[in-house]
Design a binder for this molecule. Structure first.
Ligand SMILES: Cc1cc2nc3c(=O)[nH]c(=O)nc-3n(C[C@H](O)[C@H](O)[C@H](O)COP(=O)(O)OP(=O)(O)OC[C@H]3O[C@@H](n4cnc5c(N)ncnc54)[C@H](O)[C@@H]3O)c2cc1C
Length: 183
């Protein structure tokens, strides 16, 4: 059973439809939010009976063995409160990511809606000497991409070097011209 209506849910449903004995796709509304091609393929597989679309339904209750953690069935509920029970081996819920800073929220860093505010020129936070990169770091125009995270890694590393060795002459080099050290 796959729950959710976005790209992750769609990707898993499409991939598993050729492997799993049965794929149940649960979504709270008939419209899926994924790439149009994925939605088209999902609907085709549903018509062919390779994926069972269960809409509009939401997860209501899990049934299983508390000791072993093994799932036995999932109870679903529609908007009117009607419930259905499906015997299920595996449930894959895709309801998005929940950002949680945990103890970092208590460090006194400048925050903006659960993200750490950094200076994009250095990736330094509001506390000198503490740097943040990747999805958790924010500044105007931030793009949450792997590429951005890598770039911020380089920016932060350069800033940290200057922070630790202030006044030291710094020679910027490229791996293409300098080469990569071989062990
Ligand atoms: C569905 C989807 C598709 C995407 N597709 C693309 C794409 O095609 N191209 C692209 O460039 N980007 C894509 N992205 C964005 C990309 O995944 C992120 O930008 C990237 O993963 C951010 O890397 P990160 O290391 O900053 O954060 P994450 O990858 O989120 O890593 C953070 C890690 O920290 C762990 N963590 C969290 N809190 C704590 C804690 N308190 N203690 C210890 N560990 C903790 C988390 O479990 C996680 O492993 C996609 C994102 C999503 C959701």
């Amino acid at each position: 059973m796959i729950a959710g209506g976005g790209d992750s849910a769609l990707d898993w449903a499409l991939e598993l439809s050729s492997i799993a004995k049965r794929v149940l796709m649960v979504h709270r509304r008939p419209k899926f939010r994924g790439a149009p091609e994925s939605v088209r393929r999902l609907e085709l597989l549903a018509q062919e009976g390779k994926i069972d679309l269960i809409v509009p339904y939401q997860l209501h209750e899990l049934e299983g063995d508390k000791e072993t953690g093994v799932l036995k069935a999932v109870h679903l509920q529609d908007l009117e409160g009607k419930t259905m029970r499906y015997e299920t081996d595996i449930l894959l819920p895709f309801f998005g990511l929940s950002m949680n800073l945990g103890p970092i929220a208590e460090w006194g860093l400048g925050l903006d809606r659960n993200h750490i505010v950094v200076d994009p020129a250095t990736c330094q936070t509001s506390t000198p000497g503490i740097f943040a990169i990747g999805d958790i770091a924010t500044y105007p125009g931030k793009l949450k991409l792997i590429l951005t995270g890598f770039s911020e890694g380089a920016v932060a590393a350069h800033s940290i070097q200057r922070h630790i060795f202030p006044g030291e002459v710094y020679h910027f080099e490229y791996s293409t011209t300098k080469g990569v050290p071989v062990k």
